[in-house]
Ligand binder design. Structure first.
Ligand SMILES: [Zn+2]
Length: 160
């Protein structure tokens, strides 16, 4: 996996955890998460749903590029993990700035455990989170500190 001019480029044997969740955004070096937003009530869904889950009557949603910014709502250390994951990663609930009712479960990465604080500002970064039994690598959305002084590459979660 590599990122070129804000675009996520997969190598052979890699895939994203869901199709079409990363989008290039002009002017940003990191890809953005692609959600969907209800045309009627404005509710944002991620993972993206084609129809609004809050409105009745099957209101359609449209693509919405997220800001990639959030705050740490809570976290735990995953010491016993599913096959394919590296143990002892930090699993977080991240409250997104675009919609505070939207909380993503994701790994924290590039951060030392002693620097992790509730309500710290985070930014999304795509990373390889696990290797499947067939050897395929899975790229997903992780979050790391927005404050560059708290970013420690390779700490806290997956390193690829
Ligand atoms: Zn709606």
């Amino acid at each position: 996996m590599r990122i070129e001019y804000g675009e996520l480029i997969l190598e052979a044997g890699e895939r994203t955890i869901r199709p079409d969740i990363f989008a290039k955004m002009e002017g940003d070096a990191i890809p953005h998460l692609l959600a969907r937003q209800c045309e009627d009530c404005g509710d944002i869904s991620f993972p993206p749903f084609r129809y609004c889950l809050k409105c009745t009557g099957g209101k359609k949603t449209v693509e919405k590029v997220l800001s990639n910014e959030g705050v740490l709502a809570s976290y735990t250390i995953a010491r016993q993990v599913m096959p394919g994951f590296n143990p002892d990663y930090i699993l977080a609930n991240v409250r997104l700035k675009d919609d505070p009712s939207l909380v993503l479960v994701a790994q924290l990465t590039d951060v030392k455990l002693e620097d992790v604080e509730i309500d710290m500002e985070l930014t999304m970064v795509p990373k390889i989170i696990k290797t499947l039994m067939n050897g395929e690598k899975v790229v997903s959305y992780c979050f790391r500190p927005k404050d560059p002084a708290k970013v420690t590459l390779g700490e806290g979660g997956q390193t690829e």
